[in-house]
Ligand binder design. Structure first.
Ligand SMILES: *[C@@H]1O[C@H](CO)[C@@H](O)[C@H](O)[C@H]1NC(C)=O
Ligand SMILES: *[C@@H]1O[C@H](CO)[C@@H](O)[C@H](O)[C@H]1NC(C)=O
Ligand SMILES: *[C@@H]1O[C@H](CO)[C@@H](O)[C@H](O)[C@H]1NC(C)=O
Length: 442
């Protein structure tokens, strides 16, 4: 039987789930809860995006939210703990996280995660913060001068680029960090693995890929005949789907690919059922069978604005300038979480997979002056103030053809410009895809 698997949206998943768990029950528990949180966030975020291509890093998101626990207090922190299912200060958790980090990687594959802490020079840190960061994350915060926004952005983006072997460049878009920024918590994950059994290059040829909208595209599809872990499952609603496991060298990491058995069945129905327990159930219920596996060669890059999805999981107070409680970080200045961004890139070919992700939480001062950025169509009026007559008025909609012209997709975050006004008309797409203006958007 030939299995044509067509679920591009899913592949980056396994990577967050199958990271080896540590030997102790506490370690396994923390790893499972973190994976579960990451997957629920993916489900939430992917649901907002529809059936398009999307890669996500559950591990990256969980690591940043875990670090955010260290900087918050009160309801801000309790909401994060509740969403994740564990508190990073619970006994044993810090030790287990350190141990988990050490276990990533192994022969034949590279899996590395790095945490970056960037604190504004002028921020008066609460006593004991540095010790807490060092104890839990194994890292001292680096001081950055956010009053020099371009320089600060260059430093952060260089850090991301370094820790993703160059796969993720220009991670923070212009405007994501500025004079109001007080803290950036970042995680970079890099993975490179060779298939235990590579696909023979000569077998790759163009075949039709059936898209969700019913159209087709001819794409290069790899093919191999092998004994593979394979299973047929059904969602509680009765949607049948197939899962196949592709192990990497070294044995610790696999890619799991899942797709509805019938082409016209929506992937979203499967995504809605996903959680860490389900992925564990797949692993427990697959059997090794000989198959001809056909899988597209592909690469994907996705940028996420995770704010709405985090709020949907109950993490709300940190985003509200009036309610956010960052007194665990600094009691001197009121702070709030302005951005939660992730960017993921994955490349899959005959020899294996190379993937990287960067995730960041950007914390701002509530006192910083708000930016006014008129980067969308605007109305202008020229008025003689003492007497009131309007000399001139008009609408500037941008250069002609601005959607695809020079104002086109200049950011990696899609064709929509990231900045927007709170009061301006916003579309759900902007909400989800733009890396957003930190100060206006909530
Ligand atoms: C990135 O790596 C280069 C070369 O190894 C090094 O010179 C530079 O300091 C690194 N930058 C950061 C931000 O880590
Ligand atoms: C997987 O197998 C376990 C028993 O090992 C069973 O309880 C469970 O229902 C199975 N799950 C699925 C999704 O088939
Ligand atoms: C697959 O991609 C990697 C980089 O991720 C590259 O080194 C390798 O040569 C590629 N293999 C094939 C068969 O294209």
């Amino acid at each position: 039987m030939q299995v044509a698997l067509v679920a591009l949206a899913w592949v980056a998943l396994a990577w967050g789930v199958t990271a080896p768990t540590s030997g102790t029950p506490a370690g396994a528990r923390v790893a499972r809860l973190a994976a579960d949180f990451g997957i629920r966030l993916f489900r939430e975020a992917a649901g907002r995006r529809g059936d398009g291509n999307a890669a996500f890093s559950p591990h990256g998101a969980a690591a940043v939210l875990g670090a955010l626990q260290l900087a918050t207090a009160g309801p801000s922190r309790h909401q994060i703990e509740a969403a994740m299912g564990f508190g990073i200060n619970e006994p044993g958790v810090a030790l287990e996280l350190r141990r988990l980090r050490k276990q990533l990687g192994g022969p034949g594959q590279r899996l590395a995660a790095a945490e970056g802490l960037f604190v504004a020079r002028e921020l008066a840190l609460a006593p004991g913060v540095i010790t807490r960061f060092v104890h839990t994350l194994g890292r001292r915060p680096a001081q950055v001068d956010f009053q020099q926004p371009q320089q600060a952005r260059a430093i952060l983006n260089a850090w991301v680029q370094n820790h993703t072997q160059g796969m993720i460049r220009d991670f923070l878009p212009p405007g994501a960090a500025g004079p109001g920024t007080r803290l950036v918590l970042a995680t970079a994950v890099y993975f490179k693995g060779s298939w235990l059994q590579p696909f023979p290059a000569a077998a790759t040829r163009r075949r039709l890929f059936h898209k969700a909208d019913g159209s087709t595209a001819a794409v290069p599809m790899m093919e191999q005949t092998a004994k593979l872990n394979y299973g047929e499952f059904a969602t509680p609603q009765g949607l049948d789907y197939d899962v196949v496991e592709l192990p990497y060298h070294g044995g610790a990491v696999s890619m799991l690919v899942a797709a509805p058995a019938r082409r016209e069945a929506p992937l979203a129905a499967l995504a809605g059922a996903l959680d860490a327990d389900l992925v564990a159930a797949w692993a427990a219920n697959m059997t090794r069978v000989p198959r001809v596996l056909v899988l597209p060669r592909f690469s994907l890059e996705t940028a996420w604005d995770l704010r709405a999805s985090l709020k949907a999981l109950g993490v709300r107070a940190v985003f509200e300038p009036e309610a956010a409680d960052f007194t665990a970080l600094s009691a001197e200045e009121p702070l709030f979480l302005a951005q939660a961004l992730q960017k993921v890139r994955i490349e899959v070919n005959e020899s294996g997979t190379e993937a990287a992700s960067a995730t960041a939480a950007v914390v701002h001062s509530r006192m910083a002056p708000l930016e006014i950025l008129m980067d969308r169509p605007f109305l202008f009026i020229v008025r003689h103030n003492p007497t009131g007559p309007i000399t001139l008025c008009g609408v500037n909609g941008g250069p002609i053809n601005f959607l695809w012209g020079r104002w086109g997709p200049t950011t990696p975050y899609g064709s929509h410009h990231p900045m927007r006004s709170q009061r301006g008309a916003t579309t759900p797409m902007w909400d989800q895809r733009g890396p957003i203006n930190p100060v206006w958007s909530q």
